[in-house]
Design a binder for this molecule. Structure first.
Ligand code: DC
Length: 233
């Protein structure tokens, strides 16, 4: 069976990565978390003093951009793909609130997007990829055979993210998680470069009131329908 690309877009904490991993596992595809790449750039600017008084030192980032190496490596022990930045495993560092708070300083920068989009397109060249993000169905893989657009009510998403962080031992309160989510929604929708947009041919899933397995069945149905139609053609 031909290996297709699956694009999953939506707001933060919508369960995109849970669904993407389930689909990739089921189909034997590679899962790629494009948000991790923006998070890695955010970590870079934080660690290299390129943020002062909450503002990005953009010219310095642009000068450093060519030297920022981002990639993924499979970790046999955890059976997960982990994010690497300039030869260092940064998987856990990029998930913290500090990076979450600063990622929208770098994600609107067109030069950052151009670099990461080029890397993402290259990762999908052979097919067999499930990638999640904001602009995957519109910019990275505009020809993806299956595009899913996920939504859920902000309060539902904040509650899920809060529980996830607490489960990881992170000290955080629900109100600040909700505040972070609504601010990032706003940034994702309003930025000029590649804003979050539902592709015309995307299938929308609002999972506010769905279980993970109900959502998986819906999404898998879309994939099998597409693959089946292609096999018949
Ligand atoms: O999916 P996430 O929350 O880990 O993404 C982190 C940030 O990166 C988020 O604020 C939006 C941005 N992002 C983006 O601009 N484009 C993507 N394809 C993926 C993420």
């Amino acid at each position: 069976m031909r290996r297709i690309n699956i694009a999953i877009d939506g707001f933060s904490s919508c369960g995109k990565s849970t669904l993407a991993k389930q689909l990739a596992h089921h189909l034997g595809y590679t899962y790629i978390d494009s948000g991790a790449m923006y998070r890695a750039v955010a970590l870079y600017v934080l660690e290299n003093g390129l943020v002062s008084e909450g503002k990005l030192r953009k010219e310095e980032l642009l000068r450093a951009l060519d030297g920022i190496q981002i990639g993924f490596k499979h970790d046999d022990a955890s059976q997960r793909s982990e994010t690497w930045l300039n030869g260092r495993n940064v998987e856990s560092k990029i998930r913290g609130m500090e990076v979450s708070r600063h990622v929208t300083l770098v994600s609107p920068v067109p030069e950052v997007r151009a670099k990461l989009v080029a890397l993402q397109k290259a990762m999908g060249r052979e097919g067999g990829v499930v990638m999640d993000g904001r602009d995957i169905g519109t910019v990275v893989f505009p020809d993806a055979e299956v595009k899913l657009y996920m939504t859920a009510r902000p309060e539902v998403r904040a509650q899920r993210r809060y529980l996830e962080l607490v489960g990881k031992g992170v000290e955080v309160d629900y109100a600040s998680v909700l505040e972070n989510i609504t601010r990032r929604d706003d940034d994702d929708l309003k930025r000029e470069a590649d804003p979050l947009l539902k592709a015309a041919d995307a299938f929308e899933i609002d999972n506010s009131d769905l279980t993970a397995s109900e959502q998986f069945e819906l999404a898998l149905g879309q994939v099998l329908k597409t693959v089946g139609e292609q096999a018949e053609a």
